[in-house]
Design a protein around this ligand. Structure first.
Ligand code: HEC
Length: 386
């Protein structure tokens, strides 16, 4: 690095950390403000000796953390409640508890990334890459095993000779005058760097390709990977129509699958008959499933008082003559198949649970229209009434 004759600072080297701490204290006490210390590793107590306040980087982190959290909350509100509201099982469109994880993560992300960018640009002043201390004897020594301190020309009390005298009286092993470099910046894009980058790109791509596409596929044996069989959708010369997949024999039923004969029929003439016994525990199951799956639209007691505040058409009451006269199998059919705007619940609710819900709806209907004879029955057998 070629130097101008403009002074930048006066620097001194010390042989051990105690001396440099002591020197920093004295320099501060003498009233110098623009000085800095360089050591090969962090030294405890140095901040105090130099009289440094705490770093301002925390404010950057706090500001961008809060900003990130607020931004993503607003974004979720805009996208999920305003721009494209989706109705999912009666849940509110804007629900704070559900948005906590994303808010937290985004706040952390913004805080970290902004802290990093602020550090290297604002605090370390990149891309400024020509600090006058670079390439000096001073810097070479303090990067290895010596401890250094330098006072800048800008300091109000700067006086070259007095500073050298001060450093010597503090036990400096050597002092150095640091001059400003002639050039303001090094070019970041010298041919040697560019060539290095090209090598790096080609090298990493090639080795990644070899690792993932070649090395990983070296097989100790291949009789499991390549088997004598036909894969779905593959063509085959074995059958005349050249398809490997055959249509199952009529009446074939997949294992564990029980077909529902009225699927897709809006108003079936026949329906299944109820195969269950309404025992207390079975009705309890029905109540639980009813409250989970049906009550949001049809109300806790089947009165059609939806909790959805108009986000979905209200489910009708179950206490109409129409539903009271439905066969059990018809209610089962509506749960299994859906009806108009009500969708099918056969994927969410098992067959047994569907019958349990049907039985529970019968309980609700009967409770709404209790007759005196019902009450007498309860008197007769109070123990089962729980
Ligand atoms: C998302 C809201 C919603 C849910 C959840 C829901 N339903 Fe419905 N249900 C409706 C609506 C709306 C209708 C009216 C459909 C129509 O126009 O035929 C309806 C109709 C019905 C009917 C026919 C009533 C009639 O008078 O024709 C029955 C029976 C029924 N639902 C039972 C259930 C059962 C049992 C469950 C729980 C497994 C359930 N529903 C869950 C919204 C819902």
């Amino acid at each position: 690095m070629s130097r101008s004759n403009k002074l930048h600072s006066v620097a001194a080297i010390f042989d051990n950390p105690d001396k440099v701490i002591f020197a920093a204290e004295k320099v501060r006490d003498e009233g110098y403000k623009k000085f800095d210390v360089n050591t090969p590793y962090p030294i405890h107590g140095m901040d105090e000796a130099m009289g440094l306040g705490s770093s301002k980087i925390g404010f950057v982190t706090l500001f961008f953390g809060l900003f990130g959290g607020a931004f993503i909350l607003l974004f979720m509100w805009w996208s999920l409640a305003l721009s494209y509201p989706l109705f999912i099982g009666g849940k509110p469109f804007f629900s704070l508890p559900a948005f906590f994880p994303i808010t937290f993560e985004t706040a952390v992300l913004f805080a970290c990334v902004s802290t990093f960018i602020a550090l290297i640009t604002v605090f370390f002043k990149l891309p400024f890459n020509n600090h006058p201390l670079h390439d000096t004897d001073y810097m070479k020594q303090v990067s290895v095993d010596k401890y250094g301190i330098y006072i800048l020309l800008e300091d109000e009390k700067f006086d070259k000779d007095k500073i050298i005298e001060l450093f010597n009286s503090l036990g400096a092993s050597s002092t150095e005058l640091i001059y400003q470099p002639k050039e303001e910046k090094y070019s970041m894009f010298q041919p040697k760097y560019l060539i290095f980058l090209v090598f790096l790109a080609v090298g990493t791509s090639a080795s990644t390709y070899l690792m993932l596409n070649k090395l990983m596929y070296i097989n100790p044996f291949n009789w499991m990977e390549f088997q004598e069989k036909l894969n779905p959708q593959e063509s085959s010369l074995f059958f005349a129509d050249r398809r490997s997949m055959r249509t199952p024999v009529n009446g074939t039923v997949a294992r564990g699958f029980i077909p529902y004969p009225y699927k897709g029929i809006a108003n079936p003439k026949e329906v299944l008959s109820n195969p269950t016994l309404p025992t207390t525990s079975f009705l309890k199951l029905g109540k639980k499933k009813y409250l989970t799956f049906c009550s949001p639209c049809h109300g806790n007691f089947g009165e059609g008082d939806s909790r959805l505040n108009g986000q979905f058409p209200n489910g009708p009451t179950f206490h109409s003559d129409k539903v009271r006269n439905f066969k059990d199998g018809m209610i089962y059919h509506i749960i299994t198949n859906g009806q108009n705007s009500m969708s099918a619940y056969d994927r969410q609710i098992s067959r047994e649970e569907r019958w349990a819900i049907v039985d529970y709806i019968r309980v609700l209907q009967r409770a709404k229209n209790a007759k005196n004879s019902d009450l007498e029955e309860i008197k007769k057998e109070p123990s089962t009434n729980d």
